[in-house]
Ligand binder design. Structure first.
Ligand code: SAH
Ligand code: SF4
Ligand code: F3S
Length: 452
């Protein structure tokens, strides 16, 4: 027999009824998805759902998915396979797919045997409570994938945040249409949130003890709300009591007006770290990617940033094996990376994405073998550069915000202003505390020091 309990309104309900009100959200992909999962949890909580501890105890399992490369799709396909078994054991469990893959692969996900009951794209989360109830009541599948030009979830502040950093989406969507990228198709048009609303959310976060926020957007520095631009937004957020560090990601190299560089350079709360995605070093490839800048523009921008912002940490994203990329053009990527000397880089093999301009007009003609060969060489070079960059920090003292424990016993882990990971012997400091750490040893990825 079903166990009876009472719900939030004091009504008597059975296990069967409560189960479908118990949700587990699992997140894949970028920080925007992490943030969106919190939005989803908040929307569901406001509609009498509770959060389950694990997939086994949940009546509803929602996967917030990513579509950026085929590897992301594969991971989620295999996870859906695993969850089908759980559905067999726990009859009536509802499986939903949210996010970018939902938007990108609706047809595949709606095939008969996937086990997926519900599909909702990134702009449809407010409909989730009704959709879940409908699946529960009718057993029919539900999907909602309309992209909006306006939805910013401005009226949903996530309340259940963890950790020392709070992500906060200030703009959504992307209008850049880089030819390799699926994001404009999965996330829709660019739209920015009202700055007053962002400030309200940050104030709520500082009220909960957060000292660091990361302003998020697919193209965050093109933030604009009625003439209020991204530089102004950083300044406004920095004036909020309790905020100590402001980070942002991901910007596009085309949107760095002098005013923004100046804010990063002069505002003590703006972290001295800029993620500046290069993507490729050859002008022909950059043009084919529709990146709208040249190698020369990029290198000059990076140099200007370093000159204006002492101690700046520069990181990047690069793709190898874009259609038609020659060995010489790849060498240009190596050369630019060598010239700019990024502190670290995310490096990817090109992955053809459905509906992108590249997939429609250019065959994916670089073999996986060549892509692998190129990425190995690039990673190798970057490892050495990262190591060299970190060696420059030997003897430096950084103000580190503790995030938790390191891999070794009695070791704390945190980040400096430049976002580099710093580990040091435990001082008893707690997550969120600031500790001055003198660097004594480095690896390509980590600074190792002692509290001073
Ligand atoms: N909006 C951000 C991030 C986009 S996704 C930006 O513009 O910087 C993060 C990175 O994934 C991109 O910078 C790019 O390097 C990589 N990426 C995107 N599409 C890809 C594809 N089809 N194949 C391989 N890498 C890709
Ligand atoms: Fe994709 Fe380009 Fe937009 Fe970044 S700027 S999300 S790479 S289309
Ligand atoms: Fe992936 Fe969508 Fe983010 S494709 S990287 S989850 S915007």
């Amino acid at each position: 027999m079903d166990k009876a309990t009472t719900n939030g309104n004091g009504q008597l309900v059975t296990d069967k009824q409560t189960r479908h009100k118990s949700v587990f959200v699992e997140t894949y992909g970028c920080q925007m998805n992490e943030y969106d999962s919190e939005i989803v949890r908040e929307i569901l909580r406001r509609n009498d759902f509770t959060l389950a501890e694990s997939v086994d105890s949940a009546g509803v399992i929602l996967l917030n998915t990513c579509a950026i490369r085929e590897g992301a799709h594969d991971k989620i396909r295999s996870r859906i396979g695993e969850l089908r078994h759980i559905k067999k054991q726990n009859k009536g469990t509802i499986l939903g797919v949210l996010g970018c893959m939902a938007q990108n692969l609706k047809k595949e996900l709606l095939e008969d045997n996937t086990g997926v009951d519900l599909i909702a794209g990134p702009d449809s989360y407010k409909a989730l409570p009704v959709m879940i109830d409908r699946v529960h009541n009718t057993g029919e599948r539900e999907f909602k994938l309309t992209l909006s030009e306006y939805e910013t979830y401005a009226d949903v502040f996530p309340t259940n945040r963890h950790g020392t950093n709070a992500w906060i989406a200030v703009m959504r969507g992307c209008d850049n249409y880089c030819t390799f990228c699926v994001v404009p198709m999965t996330r829709g048009r660019e739209r920015s949130r009202d700055p007053y609303n962002v400030i309200e959310e940050v104030k709520q976060l500082t009220g909960h003890g957060f000292k660091q926020v990361t302003l998020l957007g697919q193209n965050v520095n093109s933030y604009k709300f009625k003439g209020f631009d991204f530089a102004k937004l950083i300044t406004a957020v920095s004036r909020i009591d309790g905020i100590e560090r402001i980070r942002f990601t991901s910007p596009h190299p085309k949107d760095f007006p002098e005013s923004l560089l100046e804010v990063v350079a002069t505002n003590p709360k703006a972290c001295k770290h800029i993620h500046l995605p290069l993507q490729a070093g050859s002008n022909r490839v950059l043009d084919a990617m529709n990146r709208t800048y040249t190698r020369e523009y990029f290198v000059e921008l990076a140099e200007r940033m370093r000159a204006l912002i002492p101690g700046l940490v520069l990181t990047t994203d690069v793709i190898v094996g874009f259609p038609t990329e020659t060995e010489d053009e790849f060498q240009e990527t190596l050369a630019v990376m060598h010239e700019v000397k990024f502190d670290s880089a995310f490096m990817f093999k090109y992955s053809e994405r459905k509906e992108t301009m590249a997939s429609r007009t250019m065959p994916d003609d670089i073999s996986d073998e060549i892509k692998t060969d190129r990425i190995v060489r690039l990673v190798d070079q970057q490892r050495q550069i990262s190591y060299q960059r970190n060696q420059l920090h030997l003897g430096d003292t950084f103000n580190v915000m503790v995030e938790g424990y390191g891999k070794k016993p009695k070791q704390l882990l945190g980040r400096n202003d430049g976002n580099k990971i710093v580990v040091f012997p435990d001082t008893g400091a707690k997550p969120g505390d600031f500790v001055n750490v003198k660097i004594e040893e480095v690896t390509p990825n980590t600074l190792i020091g002692v509290a001073v």
